[in-house]
Design a protein around this ligand. Structure first.
Ligand SMILES: NC(=O)c1ccc[n+]([C@@H]2O[C@H](COP(=O)([O-])OP(=O)(O)OC[C@H]3O[C@@H](n4cnc5c(N)ncnc54)[C@H](OP(=O)(O)O)[C@@H]3O)[C@@H](O)[C@H]2O)c1
Length: 368
């Protein structure tokens, strides 16, 4: 199977959004189990499953996603895995001005890599660039200003990057957000979906041809353990049905990133794709988007560097690419992307239908 090329997206007009919604609704209906037609029973089942998944997720999180979890896991890390020099290789990192993305950029820059920082605010990006140069002694750090929620601009950026650069070795899809209340972009998309899912899809799909020129191309997507509580839902990609819960929308986007990675791995076997959970790290995103969680967990959170460790390992180590493409990682280990008995696995054809829907969204943007 081949990846479709991404055509130029324009602003989504209202009718395009309606068409895509129809397709998504149809796809969603096709995959609903028969019992979902009995609305009340379905609501009860969903409620019970949600409680079960959330309880299991939190228990797992307390043991594994915290600083203590990192300390336990890192006892078996092989330090030689990261003893590499990546001078001459180029790494694009979205959201590299803050938190986990910046920590990854610093580590990779210290190993000699050229860093393309893709950030939405020029001033913050330049400030972070100065810090990365200072800490790494590496001057090959470049800033690109781009808002990942603006689909057409993501496409335009990737097209220009390909004209200006002959190679890209590693793409790290790190930028992410959890915005509430619900907001819609100028292109008519729910903001979290546009940033976390469609931005990642467009950037990666457009950059495939330049990545393929690398000897050892890799794409790493920073998802979240939060996706463990979600099954891919095709029927409401713009989060219009029912009450809006940003935490669950974010978790759904992070599940979508896992599905995209699995699908990319099947479609493009010459690129190594992986998706990962950084653990619970103390970053501006957690402080701002989840203040209660932050207050409760503050003392147990990982440092951004600990959160970034597996990203760096996936980006530079030989050990990482000895694993098959398309897997989900936590603390340098390939782990299941599903909690036991949580009914979050894809039904046959769902992953492909999701990718087709994303492609339709992009194609429907071509109304200029
Ligand atoms: N920290 C955790 O515990 C945790 C857990 C699981 C997953 N993650 C994931 O880790 C990744 C990094 O997050 P973080 O925790 O390091 O938070 P962070 O420090 O706030 O970093 C998020 C980065 O994403 C950028 N960003 C957000 N929306 C963007 C947009 N529309 N266009 C371009 N850039 C955008 C931010 O830019 P600004 O600085 O301009 O806002 C920032 O650079 C995210 O994907 C997040 O979902 C984090």
């Amino acid at each position: 199977m081949d990846l479709p090329s991404v055509r130029r997206p324009a602003c989504l007009c209202a009718s395009a959004v309606r068409d895509v919604k129809k397709v998504a609704r149809r796809a969603g209906r096709e995959f609903l189990p028969a019992r979902a037609h009995h609305k009340k029973a379905a609501i009860v089942v969903r409620g019970i499953m949600s409680l079960y998944r959330n309880a299991l997720f939190f228990l797992k999180g307390i043991h594994e996603f915290t600083r203590e979890g990192y300390d336990v896991a890192s006892a078996s890390f092989m330090s030689k895995d990261l003893e590499v020099n990546v001078s001459g290789k180029s790494f694009m990192i979205t959201g590299a001005n803050s938190g986990i993305g910046k920590a990854a950029a610093i580590e990779i820059a210290k190993k000699g890599g050229t860093i393309h920082m893709v950030c939405r605010h020029r001033d913050r990006a330049l400030e972070a660039k100065d810090e990365i140069v200072k800490l790494s002694g590496n001057e090959n750090i470049f800033v690109h200003v781009l808002d990942m929620s603006e689909t057409s601009k993501v496409w335009q950026f990737a097209e220009n990057f390909k004209k200006d650069h002959t190679t890209l070795d590693v793409l790290i899809n790190n930028a992410g957000c959890m915005v509430h209340p619900r907001q819609v972009t100028k292109e008519g998309l729910e903001l979290n979906f546009a940033t976390n899912t469609l931005g990642t899809y467009v950037l990666t799909t457009c950059l495939i041809t330049v990545l393929e020129k690398s000897e050892e191309p890799r794409v790493i997507t920073v998802s979240s353990g939060g996706m463990l509580v979600q099954k891919l839902e095709l029927g409401d990609l713009q989060s219009e049905k029912g009450p809006y819960d940003a935490t669950m929308v974010y978790a759904q986007n992070k599940r979508q990133q896992v599905v995209m990675t699995e699908q990319w791995a099947k479609m493009k076997t010459n690129i190594h794709f992986s998706v990962m959970h950084p653990g619970w790290a103390d970053t501006p995103a957690v402080r701002m988007a989840m203040p209660e969680f932050y207050r409760f967990m503050k003392a147990k959170l990982r440092s951004p560097e600990q959160g970034a460790d597996t990203i760096v390992w996936l980006a530079v180590s030989k050990a990482a690419i000895s694993h098959p493409s398309g897997l989900f990682f936590q603390d340098r280990t390939a782990v299941s992307a599903h909690l036991p008995l949580a009914w979050t696995r894809l039904l046959p054809g769902e992953g492909e239908a999701f990718m087709e829907t994303l492609q339709l969204l992009i194609n429907h943007c071509t109304v200029l």
